[in-house]
Design a protein. Structure first.
Length: 254
């Protein structure tokens, strides 16, 4: 599963790394770095422009809403798309065939259980370079207001042996040489199933980070700073005990 990630790259870095051509349509704050990207927030993705075929940046909501959905308020999670269900699920099938995208990131978070308690950890490439999750997207339109919502999901697979120590799923990370193939339209018999695999573990690293990343309202650079694996977990605030009622003094024969 991938339920939280971070992106140090700003608009210029995203455009350079992913060779996107339309950065002039966004304000800088919309593409500022984020250290705690959470579901239901709007994040930049890369897709191919339907008219020019060039790569473009689009701001989309994380949590895919199908074009056929009656409402944007879903009763199930659509932030991750299981690779094994891409051709069988009505939610994923058409986006996988026709609307694939890249999701820029620099790291992602997981919460493995250590000594009976969850512990926040970050995962990135060893050289700290930006990377792209394999994403799929869809466009939903409100029938009454005609408002349009574009949204995306991150494709996940079974993890590598190393990653399995921390979680039983991981987001598909694509190699730069495979970006264009993932984005381009393809015949059904030539869909990029072979790219749906765990990233080589020898090219990744992990470190413990502050448990404050668990709160989606926290979004600052210090969240990603390493802390020792043996550092004590932050103490939880305990409720102050109410003072006991004083009993009235007892008489000699009470």
């Amino acid at each position: 599963m991938c339920g939280r990630y971070g992106r140090r790259a700003d608009k210029q870095r995203i455009a350079e790394w992913f060779r996107a051509h339309n950065t002039n349509v966004f304000n800088d704050p919309e593409l500022a770095p984020t250290y705690n990207a959470a579901p239901q927030t709007f994040q930049p993705v890369i897709r191919l422009n339907s008219e020019t075929g060039e790569r473009e940046i689009a701001m989309m909501k994380w949590g895919l809403v199908s074009y056929w959905s009656k409402t944007v308020k879903l009763k199930y999670s659509t932030i991750n798309a299981d690779a094994g269900n891409l051709t069988t699920s009505g939610v994923w099938r058409e986006p996988f065939k026709h609307r694939r995208c890249l999701v820029p990131a620099n790291w992602f978070y997981e919460w493995p259980v250590v000594d009976g308690e969850k512990q926040a950890r970050a995962f990135s490439l060893k050289d700290d370079s930006p990377f792209a999750f394999a994403g799929i997207w869809d466009r939903w339109k409100d029938k009454e207001t005609r408002d349009v919502l574009e949204s995306f999901a991150i494709v996940t697979v079974e993890p590598s042996e190393w990653m399995a120590k921390y979680h039983d799923r991981m987001g598909v990370i694509l190699k730069p040489k495979d970006y264009q193939r993932w984005l381009e339209e393809a015949e059904e018999h030539n869909l990029p199933f072979d790219l749906l695999r765990p990233y080589p573990e020898e090219e990744m690293k992990s470190w413990r980070v502050s448990d404050q990343v668990g709160n989606t309202r926290n979004n600052w650079a210090e969240l990603i700073e390493p802390i020792p694996d043996d550092a004590p977990k932050r103490e939880k605030k305990t409720k102050r005990a109410k003072p006991e009622k004083e009993l009235p003094p007892q008489g000699l024969f009470d």
